[in-house]
Design a protein around this ligand. Structure first.
Ligand code: NDP
Length: 251
């Protein structure tokens, strides 16, 4: 079947050099390569980003790889200018870039606090602020925020991260109300333990102890998160403002 008449959509997935973001980018490419322009991003490891770009292109999808810190408003402005020039406006925004920080709250520096809040929460403002005007004009759009169960319940020794993800959850609920009249859906996925580099700091023992706590008896896979991201990106136009927990019944 000819695909020339299909209106291609553009998806921007932040933090997609590895882990959940990479799995999501590859999922879009694999599911409908001629339907999607896929924009990927990471801050530091350029080689991972280029590998992901090559893997997406091998599946037959168009891809733009942008290095840059989504915690910086100016960097995000420049990234959106490049996306506009290459593909036009963003139809689906996946706010996935994030970093964790383990440590006692009382030992945390203000620089560490700023880094966690900028990367996990201010980045969502930065990207939404640039994506939304077009979505409002076209009266459609999807925003999917990758959150954490710690944003729901809080975690000891991850106070800043919990605060950032809790803020992301509140932002999701509030923004969904503001944008519902424009037919834009805003949802979050509150992940439990997903098997990515973020958890590679765990010793074999700690990893097993964590798995023993999860009723599903295992960690989630990046692909399982990707499936849910794709599902939210391609349907469910009456589902908005939700924090969907994906944790194997852990928390
Ligand atoms: P990974 O560490 O595997 O990947 C994170 C990605 O984000 C990397 O590509 C990294 O690239 C990029 N990144 C980090 N900081 C920035 C930045 N400032 N600007 C642009 N890109 C950035 O993490 P996961 O895939 O596990 O996590 C993805 C999301 O899922 C995060 O928001 C995380 O909080 C959330 N999550 C993960 C859970 C898990 O168990 N894995 C549980 C709950 C939530 P680079 O380092 O090259 O910049």
């Amino acid at each position: 079947m000819s695909t020339s008449h299909i209106h291609k959509k553009t998806v921007f997935i932040t933090g997609s050099g590895r882990g959940i973001g990479r799995a999501a980018a590859l999922y879009f490419a694999g599911a409908a390569p001629k339907m999607w322009n896929i924009v990927i991003n990471s801050r530091s490891r350029r080689e991972e980003l280029l590998k992901t770009e090559a893997d997406i292109k091998a599946l037959g999808a168009d891809c733009l790889a942008l290095s840059g810190d989504v915690g910086s408003f100016e960097n995000v402005r420049s990234m959106f200018a490049q996306i506009n020039e290459r593909f036009g406006p963003v139809d689906v925004l996946v706010n996935n870039a994030g970093i964790a920080h383990l440590g006692l709250f009382s030992e945390m520096s203000s620089e560490q606090w700023d880094l966690i809040l900028n990367t996990n929460l201010t980045s969502v403002f930065n990207c939404c602020r640039h994506a939304i005007p077009h979505m409002v004009r076209q009266k459609s759009g999807k925003i999917i925020n990758i959150s954490s169960v710690w944003g729901n319940v809080g975690a000891s020794c991850e106070v800043a991260y919990s605060a950032a993800k809790g803020g992301m959850n509140a932002l999701t609920r509030a923004l969904a109300k503001e944008l519902a009249p424009s037919n834009i859906q805003v949802n979050a996925i509150a992940c439990g333990a997903i098997d990515t580099e973020m958890n590679q700091c765990l010793s074999a023992e700690d990893r097993q102890a964590l798995i023993d706590e999860i009723p599903a008896c295992r960690m989630g896979t990046p692909r399982e998160v990707a499936e849910l991201i794709y599902d939210l990106a391609t349907g469910h136009s009456y589902l908005t403002g939700q924090i969907i927990t994906l944790d194997g019944a852990w928390i």
